[in-house]
Design a protein around this ligand. Structure first.
Ligand SMILES: [Zn+2]
Ligand SMILES: [Zn+2]
Length: 292
């Protein structure tokens, strides 16, 4: 073979490797094991969104959180990562995109879990640590940082309209069009964009005038408003629909979920030992996921 032939071969091989890598990056691998029973027990106890789903949708939710944990590493920094942590992080990722059948997070490969809040240098001590979660940029691109405390609080407290992990994943969803700006262009049809921006400005003004029940952090900018109002939408949808019907309508369009129709309160899902198991197995709860 002459030099030219060798050159062509090497070039072709290079292109082949490049395509292979690129494909690898965007293609998520399927879970290879069964969904852990232990995780199902956690979902039933801790994740209201899961409990509110039909048996068929519950299976889909399980698959999606399993898939997420197989494709995104969760690393503890100065703390361990428990099954509970994994299930809650993956649930936060899946809840906002649950009704998008083909959605794969392409812009995250690792979640770093910190024990408490941290500062801009990712230090967990000192007086300036007030960050509960963030989406990395620059050398932290593709990473998300979450405080374990805030992660757990988000699922424990059902009324405060706060869920830090959902907040951060909404930033990632916002980012898929290239910018974190409060306008998820891929999800919001063009004709709705301007009314959406106007509505955000109006609601931010209300926060400044102290006449709003929306977390004041949402007044920081449009991107934070979108993340903060999404926490409200996924935790207190019925209240959001009453207090901010226009916002509610827009979020229903963006996330393609009728959240206000769901029954999310834990107390209304209390399970007796003899009740059918909420996982859909048709066994009694005490003989299935409620087994000690
Ligand atoms: Zn934010
Ligand atoms: Zn069960």
């Amino acid at each position: 073979m002459n030099n030219e032939g060798v050159f062509v071969l090497i070039t072709l091989f290079g292109i082949f490797l490049f395509l292979l890598r690129r494909n690898k990056k965007t293609k998520w691998k399927n879970p290879t094991s069964n969904f852990p029973d232990k995780w199902r027990r956690i979902l039933i106890k801790e994740v209201n969104f899961y409990i509110s789903l039909s048996a068929k949708k519950k299976k889909l939710f399980e698959f999606k959180i399993h898939e997420f944990t197989e494709n995104c590493i969760i690393t503890g920094v100065e703390t361990s990562v428990s099954d509970l942590d994994k299930v809650l992080i993956a649930s936060s990722a899946i809840i906002p995109i649950f009704n998008f059948p083909d959605w794969k997070y392409s812009n995250i490969s690792e979640v770093l879990l910190y024990p408490t809040s941290f500062n801009e240098k990712f230090e967990t001590n000192g007086s300036d640590r007030n960050i509960l979660g963030m989406v990395g940029t620059g050398y932290m691109e593709g990473k998300m940082i979450l405080s374990k405390q805030a992660l757990h609080h988000g699922f424990k407290n059902e009324t405060d309209k706060k869920n830090t992990a959902i907040h951060e994943f909404v930033h990632l969803i916002d980012k898929t069009d290239g910018t974190i700006d409060g306008i998820p262009s891929l999800l919001l049809e063009k004709q709705y964009t301007i009314p959406w921006i106007e509505l955000i400005h109006k609601k931010i003004d209300d926060i400044y005038n102290n006449s709003s029940d929306i977390n004041p952090y949402g007044a920081t900018n449009k991107a934070e408003f979108f993340a903060v109002i999404s926490e409200y939408f996924f935790e207190r949808p019925k209240l959001l629909k009453i207090n901010h019907p226009e916002i509610y309508k827009n979020l229903e369009l963006i996330f393609k979920q009728k959240m206000a129709d769901k029954n999310l309160l834990k107390t209304s899902h209390e399970i007796n030992r003899n009740d059918p198991c909420p996982c859909g197995s048709k066994l009694k709860y005490k003989k299935c996921c409620g087994k000690e």
